[in-house]
Design a protein around this ligand. Structure first.
Ligand SMILES: [Zn+2]
Length: 504
C-alpha cells in the first residue's frame, strides 16, 4: 500500500490586506515549505494530524510520500502562486500512483482566485484519480463547502478549543480511511449547515454550550455503529468564504440518512443555544478594573481584538495604554508586533535606554481600522534572534522564529517586542526572553482561546480584556460579501434552516 500525505495549513482572514506567501508556510520564516524527507523529519514527534498519518502508515507497513508540508500563521489570503505550488506538488505525487491520500488541512484557507482553496485542491486530486480515497483532518474553525464534502471520503474535525487534539483528529480520520480501504466500511460523508455565526470566545470545548455539543456528537458516534466519525465545525467569522456558518459533518458506513438525522439533531441543539454562542465584549476599562480588584496573581488578561492566531497583527496598543494609565504594576506584556522597535532595541543592546513609538502601526482599510503607537521609554532588558521550540501543549515540538526580539523594561512593565508576528500560546515564547508568566502578578497578552492550554495550569485568574482591532468579536461592521445571508446574529429575524452541503 502507498499513501500520499501532505499538510497545507492556513486560516485566512479575508479582510486583511497583506497576502500570505509561500515562505510564510515555513515556521522559521522566509524559507520554503518542507518537502520529501525534510517534511517527514519536520513532522515527526509533533502534535499534528499529519504526524498521526505518518505513524498510521508506519504501523500498517504502508509506503509514504510526503510531497509538501507547510503551516502558516493565520493572516490575509494566500497568494494564488503559493496555493498553486501546493496543488502542483500534491497532484504530481498523486499522479505517480497511490492507494490513498491523507491531508492535514485547515479548511478556511482562501486564495484570491480560489476562495474555497481546500475544495479546489480536492477537486483537482479527484480529477486525476476519481475513485481515490481521501481523508481530511480539519481545524474546528473550518468552513465546510459542498466541494470539500463531495471530493473527500472521510472528514474529521478537531474537537478541542484551545486546539490540542490535532494528533487524535488525524488518528480518527486515518483509522476510518484504513477500514474503508480494507473494505470493512463504505464511508459516505454527510454535511449540514445552519445560518449561525458563533463568536470565537464561545467556542471553548470546556464551556457550555459547546461542551455539550461536543459531548453529544461523541455520544452519537459511540452509540450508533453506522456513524464512523462525527464532527462539528464552529466556522470562522473572519473568513468571508461561502457558505460560512456552523456545520455538522458525519461520516457513515453507507448510511447517509442516519448521518443526516444525527447532523440535524446536533445542529438543532446548537441553534437552540445560539444566544449563548455569541460574545458581547465589555469596555476594556471595566475588565481592567475587575483585574485590578483581584488580589493574587498570576492574573492573565487576554486581549482578543488584534491577535495573530485569528489573522491579526498583535500590535494594537489600546489596552496597554489603558493599563499603563491605570498604574498596573508587575505586569508582563507581549509579544507586541513592531519590526521597527524590535530592530531598534536589538541594535541598541541590553542595558540601553530607548524611547519608542511602540506598536500601533497597522491598519486594515476594509475594516476602517487604524491603530496608533504608544510613546514609551525604558531599558532594554533582553535581546535574542534565536528560534524558539514550543513546549506545548498546543504546538509542542514546533520550532518557530519571531525574528529579532527584545524586552523593554519600564520598572512596572516588561514588554516583549518582536520583528515577526507571534502569539503567546506557549509559555516558551515568553520564558525564552526571560519573562516568566508564573512569577508575574499580571500578564497582558493578545490571544483569545489558545493561550488557555498553556496558561491555565499556572494562572490564578484568566479573563478577557478586549481592545479594538481586526479580530474583534464584534463583526457587525465587517463588509461581508460571500457568506450566505441571512445569518445570525448579523441579520434580524433569522429562522432555523438546515442546508445540505454536497451530494447527500
Ligand atoms: Zn482553529
Amino acid at each position: 500500500m502507498k499513501f500520499v500525505i501532505a499538510q497545507m495549513l492556513h486560516e485566512s482572514h479575508t479582510f486583511i490586506p497583506q497576502l500570505t506567501t509561500l515562505g510564510d508556510f515555513n515556521p522559521l520564516g522566509g524559507g520554503m515549505p518542507f518537502e520529501g524527507e525534510n517534511a517527514v523529519a519536520a513532522l515527526r514527534g509533533r502534535n499534528s494530524s499529519a504526524t498521526a498519518f505518518l505513524d498510521l502508515a508506519e504501523n500498517t507497513g504502508a509506503d509514504v510520500v510526503v510531497p509538501i508540508a507547510g503551516q502558516a500563521l493565520p493572516s490575509g489570503p494566500v497568494e494564488d502562486s503559493a496555493f498553486e505550488y501546493f496543488c502542483e506538488k500534491i497532484t504530481a505525487a498523486v499522479k505517480k500512483g497511490c492507494d490513498a491520500v491523507l491531508l492535514d488541512l485547515h479548511g478556511a484557507m482562501a486564495a484570491p482566485a480560489y476562495p474555497d482553496a481546500e475544495g479546489e485542491l480536492l477537486y483537482r486530486i479527484r480529477s486525476i484519480v476519481p475513485e481515490i480515497p481521501i481523508a481530511l483532518a480539519l481545524d474546528f474553525h473550518c468552513i465546510i463547502t459542498p466541494k470539500m464534502v463531495d471530493n473527500a471520503t472521510v472528514i474529521s474535525i478537531y474537537r478541542t478549543t484551545p486546539h490540542i487534539d490535532m494528533y487524535e483528529t488525524g488518528q480518527r480520520a486515518g483509522a476510518t480511511l484504513l477500514n474503508h480501504l480494507k473494505g470493512k466500511y463504505g464511508a459516505v460523508t454527510v454535511a449540514r449547515r445552519i445560518p449561525l455565526m458563533a463568536s470565537l470566545e464561545n467556542m471553548g470545548n470546556d464551556t457550555p454550550p459547546m461542551k455539550q455539543l461536543i459531548e453529544m456528537l461523541q455520544q452519537m458516534e459511540a452509540d450508533q455503529p453506522e456513524i464512523l466519525n462525527a464532527g462539528l465545525s464552529g466556522g470562522h467569522p473572519f473568513s468571508d468564504i461561502a457558505p460560512g456558518g456552523m456545520t455538522a459533518v458525519f461520516v457513515t458506513d453507507k448510511n447517509p440518512e442516519k448521518g443526516a438525522a444525527a447532523a440535524e439533531k446536533l445542529l438543532k441543539t446548537a441553534w437552540d443555544s445560539r444566544y449563548d454562542l455569541i460574545y458581547q465584549p465589555e469596555p476594556c476599562r471595566k475588565s481592567l478594573e475587575y483585574a485590578k480588584s483581584l488580589d493574587e496573581g498570576p492574573i492573565i488578561m487576554a486581549d482578543s481584538g488584534d491577535i495573530p492566531s485569528s489573522g491579526g497583527y498583535g500590535a494594537d496598543m489600546t489596552v496597554l495604554k489603558e493599563a499603563a494609565a491605570m498604574g498596573f504594576e508587575d505586569i508582563g506584556v507581549g509579544p507586541v508586533f513592531d519590526p521597527e522597535s524590535a530592530r531598534t532595541m536589538f541594535a541598541a543592546g541590553v542595558g540601553s535606554e530607548v524611547t519608542l513609538a511602540l506598536g500601533g502601526k497597522t491598519q486594515v482599510p476594509l475594516l476602517n481600522y487604524v491603530s496608533a503607537p504608544m510613546q514609551i521609554s525604558g531599558i532594554v532588558k533582553a535581546v535574542s534572534d534565536a528560534p524558539i521550540t514550543l513546549t506545548g501543549p498546543m504546538l509542542k515540538g514546533l520550532t518557530i522564529s519571531l525574528g529579532r526580539m527584545a524586552v523593554l523594561s519600564t520598572g512596572s512593565m516588561e514588554i516583549m517586542v518582536t520583528e515577526k508576528r507571534g502569539e503567546a500560546i506557549d509559555l516558551g515564547i515568553l520564558t525564552h526572553m526571560g519573562i516568566n508568566p508564573a512569577k508575574k502578578k499580571y500578564m497582558l497578552i493578545k490571544s483569545r482561546q489558545h493561550f488557555r492550554a498553556a496558561f491555565g495550569p499556572i494562572a490564578r485568574h484568566m479573563l478577557w480584556v478586549c481592545g479594538p482591532g481586526p479580530t474583534s468579536s464584534d463583526v457587525t461592521g465587517f463588509p461581508f460579501e460571500h457568506i450566505e445571508r441571512p445569518v445570525f446574529p448579523l441579520d434580524k429575524d433569522v429562522r432555523f434552516r438546515l442546508d445540505r452541503l454536497g451530494k447527500w
